[in-house]
Design a protein around this ligand. Structure first.
Ligand code: NAI
Length: 276
């Protein structure tokens, strides 16, 4: 054991040996890296949420998938996962309604990973933005993430382990015209992430955000091909991203590879925004 690891052991911290053993145990886990883990993903019926659920299920996680009752692709997610031998429980409900999280958490006994992903986009110039449009945007993104994080923390605290991953946006970092409500909500999610990371770190709960740039999902698809082609030119990589490219980073944050990461905003944006 190195001197540094001896010191870590004396202080009761994670040692290099323990970390490598945990990583190896995860990598060689029969049935996949996340076998035995329960994961709740909001907005799971489409785009990024769908890809996150599929990727986690492929690696053995038991999926609890939330979306609006009107999202009929949620049934497709369930059958896709179950056809591969996985587990997917559906929990319908609007994340902006506090009762949705309350009901879901009343039914769950254990939760290892929460992914706050549900969201939508609606462009409106500030002068035309109604109170209702502003409220709805903040409620779905920011209140929704708060309700679900609050519900998850009770369970995670009990087991001394948890990962909360909030899907923010590069627009929460740089802002965007005609999307003041969306950008403000995503900026709020970033501040929520950092605050929860500080509050929960001592209890074994790591909280991080992923800030995607433009990703090819129905959310941007409805903006049209011309918009998408022009948007791609803003990125050094000259293209938009894929839902699976966000899922890969979410899985990294949920894994033992990320045991010393909390309160971070991980930009997955083709270089469109560079922090540092
Ligand atoms: P999407 O439209 O493909 O999927 C969003 C899902 O959230 C849908 O299934 C929808 O029904 C669900 N949803 C919406 N409101 C809900 C509510 N109140 N309660 C429960 N579920 C609800 O969109 P996409 O692109 O997959 O977006 C996922 C997340 O990623 C959102 O938070 C979005 O803001 C964020 N994001 C997306 C980017 C993109 O370019 N696609 C870029 C940056 C962030």
């Amino acid at each position: 054991m190195t001197e540094e690891n001896k010191l870590a052991a004396t202080l009761g911290w994670l040692t290099g040996e323990q970390h490598l053993a945990a990583l190896q145990a995860e990598q060689t886990q029969e049935g996949g890296r996340f076998c035995g883990k329960t994961v709740l993903v909001t907005g799971a019926g489409s785009g990024i949420g769908f890809a996150i659920c599929e990727a986690l299920a492929r690696e053995g996680a038991q999926i609890i998938a939330n979306d609006l009752p009107t999202q009929n692709k949620l049934a497709v997610l369930k059958s896709t996962i179950e056809a591969r031998g996985g587990t997917c429980t559906l929990k319908l409900g609007d994340v902006s309604d506090p009762q949705t999280a309350a009901k879901i958490f009343a039914d769950i006994e254990t939760l290892d990973v929460l992914v706050n992903n549900a969201g939508y986009l609606a462009e409106v110039p500030l002068s035309e933005m109604t109170d209702a449009q502003w409220d709805q945007m903040i409620k779905v993104h920011l209140y929704g993430s708060f309700y679900f994080a609050r519900g998850a923390v009770g369970l995670m605290r009990r087991q001394g382990f948890g990962r909360i991953i909030n899907i923010a946006s590069d627009l929460g970092q740089i802002g965007c015209q005609n999307l003041a409500h969306y950008s403000a909500a995503k900026g709020g999610i970033i501040a929520l992430t950092k605050s929860l990371a500080r509050e929960l770190g001592g209890q074994g709960i790591l909280v991080n955000a992923v800030a995607p740039g433009g990703i090819l999902t129905p959310l941007v698809g409805r903006l049209g091909d011309e918009y998408i082609e022009n948007e791609a030119k803003l990125y050094p990589l000259n293209r938009l991203g894929l839902p699976s490219e966000i899922a890969a980073v979410v899985l990294f944050l949920a894994s033992n590879a990320a045991t010393f990461m909390t309160g971070q905003v991980v930009g997955v944006n083709g270089g469109g925004v560079m922090n540092g």
